[in-house]
Design a protein around this ligand. Structure first.
Ligand code: B12
Ligand code: SF4
Length: 493
């Protein structure tokens, strides 16, 4: 009789956009693939996610789910509950940003058996190995896969490994943290775990998502990264990035690589060597990445030129505010001058930029709003391919500003369902008055149309929008109403 191979099912909840589920590719690739089958299921690609997970998880060792705060959490909860009803003995493990910030709270949900905190490769591999031993299916070790200890204490539950949280006697217990490990120790991400062509089709372009580093060394008070990765940063070796991207390109023939790193430009020498990899291999692809403005300020002009030659087409810069006082307050550790210098260099080297801003911080003065809108205009006017996005501040869990908001009486969600309603997308915090919100929404519309598009048909709207932006006149937004009447805005999920 043929022996059944152990299997792990991984689920990525529904979310906005079609970014590839790199977290599941990471943890799935790090399992001992010589002995374990991995089935990655993405809620965004399935008409019946629960049915698909239930069918896939027959005799599976466990179901792993990647959970972000906000609407993906809602889907994760629904799917986990329905799957547990159908398969009560299937262990369910949550990993990702929400369980990393709230491991014990996630375990208050009875269907969640374990939570993985922070980097997941090693922790999850150890859990799976223990689960496999429990069901008496010994695994073979193989070259290139993680080698983990096989000795399991007889009294320990299978998921009680460092870097996890589990329940003991019904009570959530946090196990010792696991230090951030050099990602060069882990096997290459196996993209055959996901239907890459379907993501290309859904994105409408052959754009490969790729992650070359984990963590961030900075301390921005609105961001959860310093808490989850303790200001650690680990990056893949440039040679390895070159090898992986070249072999992925031979397989998928993509046109663009989207680096999903938090701070791709952390080490100038590494960026330089990555550019060499693109150039020496003559990869015919463009690439995009995140850049802090102070990193752009420090980067040699010649490296901008080299990166452009190597295919860098666009960077995303989190500016956050046009007010230096606000930047200092949120510990962004960056100057407005850095933003302008980085922007000028990008413009000079024909590199597009998406600048992200946040408004509506607690007690943010009106003058600071005005400075942010003024900086947005300056940047938008520099080049047609300079885009700007304005988000409203929400005190994301696990951040210093969340503590600040709590101290000022902000009521945070108390249940997982309530956290599922907590989303940046389109929402604003209580610190944004109706007037401020109206002003920002109108400004977003006019600043977008004032400097974008070349067609003759758009000329009247462009001219009106520029006139308004130059004079800061946003009352009676008749053009906005007409455009929205012709093309209603997408509903916020
Ligand atoms: C791609 C991405 C998305 C994609 C998600 C793609 C997907 N999986 O479906 C989309 C576009 C949907 C998205 C949306 C949002 N995102 Co987002 N996103 C990212 C980004 C840039 C990359 C994620 C990634 O793939 N990383 C690479 C993998 C390898 O790292 P990782 O995700 O950390 O995974 C590791 C561990 O967390 C863990 N792990 C993760 N999942 C699992 C599962 C299991 C079973 C296990 C064991 C371990 C494990 O192991 C992994 C390997 O070490 C991150 C920033 C970053 N660089 O991580 C932000 C980030 C995750 N997003 C964030 C935010 C704030 C948002 C939004 C709220 C933003 C917004 N403006 O609206 C929305 C919310 C969701 C929504 N409304 O749909 C925050 C986290 C917030 C939070 N508390 O959840 C991050 C960290 C950015 C930041 N610094 O603020 N995002
Ligand atoms: S906002 Fe960006 S630079 Fe700041 S801590 Fe978060 S990831 Fe790092």
């Amino acid at each position: 009789m043929a022996r059944m191979r152990p299997k792990v099912v991984l689920y990525n909840p529904s979310a906005v956009f079609y970014t590839m589920p790199l977290a599941l590719v990471a943890v799935g690739s790090a399992l001992d693939r010589s002995g374990i089958d991995v089935d990655v299921i993405d809620g965004r690609l399935e008409s019946d996610p629960v049915g698909r997970v239930v069918a896939a998880s027959e005799d599976a060792l466990c179901l792993g789910m990647s959970v972000l705060t906000g609407s993906p959490l809602r889907d994760a909860l629904q799917v986990a509950r329905a799957v547990k009803t159908a398969r009560p003995r299937l262990p369910i493990v949550w990993g990702g940003w929400h369980p990393s910030l709230f491991p014990k709270e996630c375990l208050a949900e009875p269907v969640v058996d374990a939570a993985v905190v922070g980097q997941g490769e090693r922790t999850f591999a150890e859990m799976v190995e223990r689960l496999a031993q429990e069901v008496r299916l010994p695994l073979d070790s193989a070259r290139g896969t993680l080698s983990v200890s096989r000795r399991v204490k007889p009294d320990s539950a299978p998921y009680d490994v460092p870097g996890s949280a589990t329940r003991r006697g019904g009570v959530p217990v946090l196990h010792p943290p696991r230090a951030l490990e050099d990602i060069n120790h882990f096997p290459a991400h196996d993209y055959s775990l996901i239907p890459v062509e379907r993501y290309f089709a859904l994105k409408g372009r052959r754009q490969l998502d790729y992650i070359s580093s984990q963590g961030c060394r900075f301390r921005c008070a609105f961001c959860a990264d310093p808490n989850v990765y303790s200001r650690g940063w680990v990056g893949l070796e440039p040679r390895r990035i070159g090898d992986e991207l070249e072999s992925l390109w031979r397989r998928y023939r993509f046109d663009e690589v989207s680096f999903q790193d938090e701070t791709f430009f952390t080490q100038a020498s590494r960026v330089d060597a990555i550019c060499d990899e693109f150039l020496s291999r003559r990869l015919p692809v463009r690439w995009t990445a995140t850049m802090r403005a102070d990193q752009g300020f420090r980067l040699e002009e010649s490296l901008f030129a080299k990166a452009r030659r190597a295919g860098l087409s666009r960077v995303m810069i989190g500016v956050e505010s046009g007010s230096q006082a606000m930047l200092d307050w949120m510990k962004k550790d960056m100057k407005i001058d850095h933003v302008m210098t980085a922007a000028e260099r990008c413009a000079r080297h024909d590199i597009g930029v998406i600048f992200n801003f946040i408004v509506g911080f607690p007690d943010e003065p009106a003058a600071s709003f005005a400075q942010t809108l003024a900086l947005v205009k300056r940047l938008r006017a520099m080049r047609p391919d300079f885009e700007t996005q304005i988000f409203y501040f929400r005190p994301y869990p696990g951040t210093q500003l969340a503590d600040y908001a709590r101290a000022r009486g902000y009521q945070f969600p108390a249940t997982l369902e309530a956290w599922a309603d907590f989303d940046y997308v389109g929402r604003r915090g209580p610190w944004v008055s109706e007037d401020q919100w109206r002003l920002v929404e109108r400004f977003k519309f006019y600043s977008r149309h004032a400097w974008s598009g070349r067609g003759l048909a758009r000329w009247p709207l462009r001219a009106a929008a520029r006139w308004r932006c130059r004079r800061d006149q946003y009352a009676f937004p008749i053009e906005k109403q007409i455009v929205e009447w012709l093309r209603p805005p997408e509903p916020v999920s």
